[in-house]
Design a protein around this ligand. Structure first.
Ligand SMILES: [Zn+2]
Length: 215
């Protein structure tokens, strides 16, 4: 909650950095009557600890962040920032005897974090050299080097040359039962045992070859 209040106090800066398209602080809450939410936070109004939202059907509704913060939702960059700063606070608090480590896909590494997390968190007074750690998981790529996307497969009929079991788990299960997961586990545990294999990406064709070895 303290993190979000800091964000609120600096909302003009945060909005400009994290929402270059609309310049809004991308916080939303769905209408308590119909569930509709202003996704781009266009009609939000802010007072010190209160945010007022607007539903075209039911008018204005408000939340006091001291009581209703759990009702709020954020777009990805704002959620990423708030999580990062909250994890950092937890990691440095004596009330917790554990540390939070975030695991996310490598497509969120690099420029995204530098511009949308570290620079903004630093501006908001967070000591970024002590910030919570992010581990970036390897990506599975297609022939062109783009991330393999199930939605592309479903919508565009892409990846015709790739056996279905490498795209959709239900086919893998039908073909190999749980042995498919065992093989996947063996492949990945090998990366963890050989960390130089962990900090890179893999093409889907790599999995096709590995599976042939294990099958
Ligand atoms: Zn409504």
């Amino acid at each position: 909650m303290e993190v979000f209040k800091t964000v609120l106090k600096n909302r003009e800066y945060v909005a400009k950095k994290l929402d270059q398209k609309y310049g809004n602080l991308r916080v939303r809450m769905s209408c308590p009557i119909c569930g509709l939410a202003d996704k781009n936070s266009v009609n939000n109004e802010y007072e010190e600890n209160t945010i007022t939202f607007y539903c075209p059907e039911h008018g204005k509704y408000s939340v006091n962040v001291n009581k209703g913060i759990s009702k709020l939702e954020y777009n990805s960059p704002l959620r990423n920032l708030i999580r990062g700063m909250s994890y950092t606070a937890t990691n440095h608090s004596e009330n917790y005897n554990y540390e939070i480590l975030r695991i996310t896909g490598s497509d969120y590494a690099g420029f995204y974090q530098e511009e949308l997390r570290y620079k903004v968190a630093s501006y908001l007074g967070c000591n970024v050299s002590e910030m919570s750690m992010i581990f970036y998981a390897p990506l599975v790529l297609d022939w062109s080097g783009a991330k393999l996307l199930k939605s592309l497969y479903v919508k565009e009929g892409a990846y015709q040359d790739i056996p279905k079991k490498f795209i959709n788990y239900s086919f893998l299960k039908a073909d190999l039962s749980y042995k498919g997961l065992d093989i996947l586990y063996d492949i990945v545990i090998n990366w963890i045992n050989n960390p130089y294999m962990l900090f890179r990406h893999y093409s889907i064709y790599y999995f096709m070859e590995e599976f042939e070895k294990y099958e």
